[in-house]
Ligand binder design. Structure first.
Ligand code: ADP
Ligand code: GLC
Length: 495
């Protein structure tokens, strides 16, 4: 392939929004391939054919049958849907594995098998997350997106704007969350026994899909520069930091952090069909109509001087949901109203529900997944809260300034790379777009919210802050260019 020949890229991913989304991975798996296709690449996105996807694409065309001799893995059919010029969706149809309800992450290892095998069969790839991380020796150049953090409580697969039933089992063990499986499954997964070494897929006596991807990919990407540094330290590396440091320190600099963007076709207050009143940087006077609509929908007692604080999140300690609950009495004492949309850890959900029950009209809590409500919260809240303990990138802290709703974040991972703390200097130079704090404590969160509320009470300061957040280009352009450079450097290195 010459330098100018179109690059042909395969993304293997367990989610793609809108039909299959439990979080940011679904958004990114839809938007990044689209941005690359717009830049002239030939992109295919390989995804398990869950019922919502099959329903969304009745006109798909069968392309190939991937056979699996022996063991437990089943044959699968790959079918294809053209999404836009240069972009195709490849659906891995394996009814025994994927024709089920519940989330993409709720059954055993074998269910990832068909998609992983098809990724190998389709050749060049960029696996995003562990379910797509193993590969055969195909001669293709690969990159693997690294997210080492523990994943608890994935949400059910859902169609946009549709509430779904709660899944039977909502919790994952730490090991399952990064793709760890007993060694006994090596034959079922059709992996060569020789791969069970420290240089292969073995990780503390088990099979680790994530480690296999990190070990064998030509390049490793993660979704922000700060997180790329953080996962090389024990605190965020979760036992993989040694391997990540090794890859980072190789001469070719194999570990790269590329900051995500946002899909401005979906997340733009000027065109958003899920909100009550559309607006832009020069029609911010319309934004309060969304605030009123949100207040009405959630039965909140709102006045002009009661700041409305929003949060849309997995309700987990990772996302700092406990920090916000602990800060709530102080926030309510300051006259604030709180709206929370999410689901996650049962104990934290229960604490949020109790808070809402104790403060009707002042705290509204919606447990579940609701895409349309998420848009209305971004548009209607005055401030957005995202005090994550760790965050590979995060998307809502970018949706929020794009909607003129400054975020309050903890400066970690992608939050540190996207949110510019509001100070007299950053306000003056037009870079300010939110508020950030350091230690993961309730006091530090409250201090940052207090600074934000002070600014909120000064209309001119606030308007300037809103406008500088809305003026920034949050789109995928810069990231797409960096991925293209990375793919080309991968090809050069392989020659
Ligand atoms: P993560 O992927 O770690 O959960 P991100 O910030 O990258 O976090 O992405 C979360 C995405 O999921 C955003 O698009 C957010 O709006 C969406 N989201 C999270 N919880 C809900 C919910 N309960 N209902 C609707 N959308 C949600
Ligand atoms: C993961 C991360 C999140 C990131 C998303 C998209 O879900 O937790 O921080 O924004 O992937 O890359």
């Amino acid at each position: 392939m010459t330098e100018t020949a179109p690059l042909r890229i395969l993304f293997a991913t367990p989610e793609v929004a809108p039909p299959v989304k439990t979080g940011g991975l679904g958004d990114v798996s839809a938007a990044l391939p689209a941005a690359l296709a717009e830049a002239g690449l030939e992109v295919r996105v390989l995804v398990p054919a869950y019922p919502t996807l099959l329903a969304a694409f009745p006109g798909r065309v069968a392309l190939a049958q991937v056979e699996r001799p022996g063991a437990e893995l089943l044959p699968a059919t790959i079918s294809c849907v053209a999404l836009q010029p240069g972009l195709e969706l490849l659906l891995v149809e394996c009814p025994a594995c994927y024709e089920r309800h519940g989330g993409p992450y709720q059954t055993a290892a074998a269910t990832t098998g068909p998609t992983t095998r098809c990724a190998s069969a389709c050749s060049p790839g960029s696996p995003h997350c562990w379910p797509a991380a193993t590969r055969r020796s195909t001669g293709a150049r690969t990159s693997c997106t690294a997210t080492t953090g523990r994943r608890h409580c994935r949400r059910p697969i859902c169609a946009t704007g549709t509430r779904t039933a709660r899944p039977a089992s909502r919790r994952f063990t730490t090991s399952r969350s990064v793709g760890l499986f007993p060694m006994a499954r090596i034959h079922a997964l059709d992996l060569p026994v020789a791969a069970m070494t420290i240089e292969g897929v073995e990780f503390h006596g088990k099979i680790s899909f994530l480690k296999a991807g990190l070990q064998h990919s030509d390049r490793l990407t993660t979704v922000s520069p700060t997180y790329a540094r953080e996962i090389c330290e024990p605190e965020h590396g979760f036992g993989l930091d040694g391997l990540l440091r090794h890859r980072r320190d190789r001469r070719s600099g194999d570990l790269v952090g590329i900051l995500n963007g946002i899909d401005t076709r979906q997340w733009n207050p000027a065109t958003d069909r899920s909100i009550a009143a559309r607006y832009g940087a020069h029609s911010l006077a319309l934004k309060p109509l969304n605030r009123a609509a949100l207040g009405e929908r959630l039965k909140l007692a709102l006045q002009a001087d009661t700041p409305l604080l929003g949060m849309i999140s997995r309700i987990t300690r990772q996302k700092g949901a406990d920090l916000v609950i602990d800060a709530a009495p102080e926030l309510l004492a300051r006259g604030a109203r709180l709206v929370v949309l999410g689901s996650g850890d049962a104990d934290l959900e229960a604490r949020w529900r109790a808070l809402a029950a104790a403060h009707p009209g002042r705290v509204a809590v919606q447990i579940g997944f609701d895409e349309a409500l998420a848009h209305l919260i971004e548009a209607g809240a005055d401030l957005f809260l995202m005090p994550s303990r760790f965050e590979p990138c995060g998307l809502n802290q970018m949706y929020s300034p794009a909607y003129g709703t400054p975020p309050v974040v903890r400066a970690t991972g992608g939050l540190a790379d996207t949110v510019v703390d509001c100070t007299p200097r950053t306000l003056a130079d037009g870079s300010a777009n939110g508020f950030s704090f350091g230690p993961p404590t309730t006091d530090a969160l409250l201090a940052a919210i207090d600074r934000a509320l002070e600014a909120w009470r000064e209309p001119e300061t606030w308007r300037r802050l809103q406008r500088s957040g809305m003026a920034r280009d949050w789109g995928w352009g810069p990231a797409a260019r960096q991925y293209i450079d990375l793919y080309r450097s991968c090809l050069r290195a392989g020659r």
